[in-house]
Design a protein around this ligand. Structure first.
Ligand SMILES: Cc1cc2nc3c(=O)[nH]c(=O)nc-3n(C[C@H](O)[C@H](O)[C@H](O)COP(=O)(O)OP(=O)(O)OC[C@H]3O[C@@H](n4cnc5c(N)ncnc54)[C@H](O)[C@@H]3O)c2cc1C
Length: 379
């Protein structure tokens, strides 16, 4: 049975879809071709209230329930997956971490500007030697006369080339593994912070993904986010909600490809009839539709659990584990419906096919989602 949205949530879908069709979709091919982040969309996303959907009004946001935010993310990603991940990292990973773990002073300092799109967030966990095994990170933050000094290297940082606020995980003690990791808020331009050249990627080419070097980066003690030694917990809490966000991104990409394929199937004539009359095509369209409905149910369920204050990590991992491969399947089938023209950049389906693949990798690979799910089943 389909998950029913409330009237308010349906309104979010309608208004964000209209906005995304008018303002986000027309830019998507150019951003992809030019490997350029959607900077011009940031003020519009802020005006629509989308950047502030996870931020309470008292901090300048337009807070909604998490499911409404997820619906908005799905609709943005349906139009442009690169814009989708920019919003997801900013609003889900970074803003919510500051809201949940920040001091009042930190919330006041960052959240109003983040809701207004004046400061975009980035989340710096991954390192060359610490990907799936994030607890193996080696960056250090050493206390020195009222300051912390950060040294280390981060890689694959989404929004890296233009973000203004970076949550950075680094070790504050010699304790092994996940213990001894702390989280810090670092402002762009802090001396010693070197943002490298963006990676050249298969898809989401409009999303900036950079390495960042921290060389004797000195920040005040007040930049500690949460308690010392709680950084891994903060990162994992952020990633739990983030996984629902990436699942919504995957769902949006798949929905976009499906919508295009359905229309094309009814227009393209071969053997004297629209290809939609061919059973082979009908079956592809039917399978895609089942995939989308199943994925949507899992994503909305995970967001709904979070809204109701219930444990949701397992549901978020299930949603991501289903929706990542589902987006790969659906975009693959959509390209098949288009035939040869689908393999060119004449239609967005080619971009969507490339964009979908990353949703099986970042914020925890498929294999890591299976570990999370199995762990909760085999306790
Ligand atoms: C475009 C992009 C954007 C990103 N954005 C960010 C960001 O903003 N911030 C950030 O911190 N990181 C970011 N990442 C990093 C991303 O989260 C990692 O790439 C991802 O978690 C996988 O880590 P890895 O690449 O080191 O792969 P590895 O951990 O080296 O994994 C390699 C393979 O081994 C498998 N594997 C590893 N461990 C296990 C295990 N225990 N059991 C079974 N299989 C296992 C993996 O599933 C995978 O198939 C981004 C990455 C990309 C490509």
């Amino acid at each position: 049975m389909p998950f029913h949205l409330t009237d308010e949530q349906e309104l979010v879908r309608t208004s964000v879809r209209e906005f995304a069709d008018a303002e986000i979709a027309p830019l998507a091919a150019t951003l992809d071709r030019e490997h350029r982040p959607p900077l011009e969309s940031i003020p519009k996303l802020a005006d629509m209230g989308i950047l502030g959907m996870t931020i309470p009004e008292q901090y300048g946001g337009s807070v909604s329930d998490y499911l409404s935010f997820i619906v908005a993310l799905e609709e943005i990603s349906r139009a442009c997956a690169s814009t989708g991940v920019m919003v997801e990292v900013h609003a889900s990973l970074v803003s919510t971490s500051i809201l949940h773990f920040g001091t009042e002073e930190q919330r006041q300092k960052y959240l109003p500007d983040m809701a207004a799109g004046k400061k975009i967030g980035a989340f710096c966990l991954t390192e060359p030697g610490a990907g799936s095994d994030a607890g193996a990170l080696a960056s250090t933050a050493t206390k020195e006369d009222g300051h912390y000094v950060i040294n280390g290297q981060k890689i694959f940082i989404t929004n890296g080339s233009f973000a203004e606020v970076f949550i950075v995980m680094a070790r504050t003690s010699d304790q092994p593994g996940t213990r001894g990791i702390s989280a810090f808020l670092v402002d762009r331009g802090t001396p010693g912070m070197q943002i490298g050249e963006p990676e050249v990627k298969m898809g989401i080419r409009g999303s900036s993904t950079t390495p960042i070097l921290f060389d004797q980066v000195r920040i005040p003690e007040s930049a500690l986010l949460g308690e010392e030694g709680h950084g891994f917990k903060i990162a994992m809490k952020g990633l739990d909600g983030g996984r629902t966000g990436i699942a919504a991104q995957a769902l949006g990409i798949a929905q976009g490809a499906f919508d295009q394929a359905r229309v094309y199937a009814m227009e393209r004539v071969q053997f004297g009839q629209p290809i939609a009359k061919l059973q082979a095509i009908q079956w592809m369209i039917a399978d895609m539709s089942v995939d989308l409905e199943a994925g949507r149910a899992l994503v909305y369920q995970a967001a709904d659990l979070e809204d109701r204050g219930q444990p949701f990590a397992d549901a978020a991992a299930k949603a991501k584990l289903f929706c990542g491969p589902m987006a790969t399947r659906v975009t693959h089938a959509a390209m098949q419906v288009f035939g040869g023209i689908g393999y060119t950049d004449a239609y967005p389906v080619e971009r969507m096919y490339r964009d979908a693949r990353i949703t099986e990798i970042y914020e925890g690979t498929n294999e890591i989602q299976r570990l999370v799910i199995a762990r909760s089943l085999l306790r």
